[in-house]
Design a protein around this ligand. Structure first.
Ligand code: SAH
Ligand code: SF4
Ligand code: F3S
Length: 435
């Protein structure tokens, strides 16, 4: 069958969204056309996430839906579920034609051609440097705020997490190729660069014979005068070096906001999770950051109901939240993932208790977020304007230095400009303003 149109659906983290942009560009270069809907596309690419059970399940229900379309379609499952489940997926769902792990997207065009010779195609090798060499040639969809993957994979092996198995060992891209990608993005209008990695602050590379870390990379990107703002995500607490912390004091382009997942505030749970720090270490890290940059704001991820989590453990997490006052967060109920260390641990906390804990934790986080946002009401704040609403062109969207979403009513804002915006109201998620 000749393929002329395709559709990509992304699940999961920002890195998957970045990967989907690259896949789109690879397929466009092959002469295929991006289709608005899955229903009548010749090729459907599912770029999958395996982090929690729900994300993996969603894939199979989505494939089920596709199977009901009245069109013969080629189905490619790529990303982290493809890596984790491998050829097993062909048995689970007969309509899958291609299974491709996250480190070899660049092979997709060849695999599509090879379908003519052999109707089932599989590649789940870790050939990450080859992928980056190839992908750096591809054009990207541009935005005022643009991501660049600088580091991929993870060597930390937290007991609950699939990422070391799906994304493989830590790999850092060469500084020069990242810097080039930043130039391409800014030449096309990007003003904010968000450096991405599963352990972004573990970035470690050699440039012209010299070892470079994420601080060196941020300094290099700051030299680009079109870059107004720089962010990096996701950081691991044990990799918060003095260099990086001090950079928050000295580099004006580095935004005063950091996503630094703590997962739990309990010493024994952190130990079982193999997070490699205790709550005191985490608190000290925040103190160091605040000392360098007093107005820095912190966000986090939390896992509730890890096997064996007691009321006391949970209360320790609540206490930590009260102390640190995270201004944004993601929180999840623990999901047992096949192949991880924690999946063999006894987990006897009833799901009803876990759900209650999640509600309590999220209510607390919401309150803190609201009171942080509320401090901005009737004040002005510098917002980088990212886009204009398509459905309602009187409204613009942007972000504050602290990552708050701002919706602004205005007649004369320009995406890409930084503007002082009068904030008129807020809720726990967003600020609202006029200009
Ligand atoms: N590298 C980052 C996180 C990557 S995964 C870090 O170390 O912090 C994103 C988030 O998903 C994690 O921070 C964690 O909170 C959540 N997560 C990962 N595995 C999970 C699991 N098995 N169950 C529930 N949440 C999980
Ligand atoms: Fe997963 Fe831990 Fe690695 Fe983060 S540091 S990706 S949670 S194993
Ligand atoms: Fe999911 Fe893979 Fe990202 S498991 S969170 S898509 S690294």
């Amino acid at each position: 069958m000749n393929l002329s149109t395709f559709f990509v659906k992304s699940y999961g983290c920002q890195m998957n969204i970045y990967d989907s942009e690259k896949i789109t560009s690879i397929l466009e270069n092959k002469g295929l056309k991006l289709n608005k809907y899955a229903e009548d596309a010749d090729l459907i690419v599912f770029n999958t996430c395996n982090i929690r059970d729900k994300a993996a399940h969603k894939l199979y229900s989505d494939i089920g839906r596709v199977n009901k379309y009245k069109k013969e379609q080629t189905i490619a499952v790529v990303g982290c579920v493809a890596q984790a489940e491998n050829s097993e997926m062909f048995n689970k769902n007969k309509s899958i034609d291609i299974i491709l792990g996250p480190q070899s997207y660049h092979l997709l065009p060849q695999m599509i051609d090879d379908l003519k010779k052999y109707p089932k195609q599989l590649n789940t090798e870790f050939i990450v440097n080859e992928k980056f060499d190839y992908l750096s040639e591809q054009k990207r969809k541009q935005g005022v705020s643009s991501y660049i993957t600088i580091q991929e994979g993870c060597d930390k092996f937290c007991s609950f997490c699939v990422v070391p198995y799906t994304r493989g060992p830590e790999y850092s891209r060469p500084l020069e190729s990242i810097s080039k990608e930043a130039n391409v993005l800014t030449n096309n209008g990007a003003k904010e660069i968000v450096l991405l990695g599963q352990n972004v602050n573990a970035y470690d590379s050699i440039n012209n014979g010299v070892r470079v870390n994420i601080s060196d990379l941020i300094e290099e990107i700051s030299k680009n005068e079109n870059v107004k703002r720089i962010r990096y995500t996701t950081s691991h607490p044990v990799n918060m070096s003095d260099d990086l912390i001090n950079l928050h004091a000295t580099n004006d382009k580095l935004m005063p906001f950091i996503h630094l997942p703590v997962q739990s505030g309990s010493e024994s749970i952190l130990k079982k999770m193999n997070r490699k720090y205790d709550p005191n270490f985490y608190r000290r890290t925040i103190d160091r950051l605040k000392k360098a940059k007093p107005d820095i704001e912190i966000s986090s991820d939390f896992i509730v109901g890890y096997p064996g989590e007691t009321d006391q453990d949970f209360n320790d997490t609540l206490k930590l939240i009260d102390d640190i006052e995270f201004t944004q967060s993601y929180s999840f109920i623990y999901s047992s993932r096949p192949g991880t260390k924690s999946s063999t641990e006894v987990d006897d906390t009833p799901i009803s208790v876990k759900k209650e804990r999640l509600v309590v934790l999220q209510e607390k986080l919401k309150k803190i977020q609201y009171s942080f946002n509320n401090q901005f009401c009737n004040k002005t704040v510098k917002v980088l304007i990212e886009n204009q609403s398509l459905s309602n062109p009187e409204y613009f969207f942007g972000r504050t230095p602290f990552m708050q979403s701002v919706y602004i009513k205005s007649n004369d804002l320009v995406p890409g400009h930084e503007k002082d915006i009068d904030i008129t109201s807020c809720n726990h998620k967003s600020l609202y303003g006029i200009c």
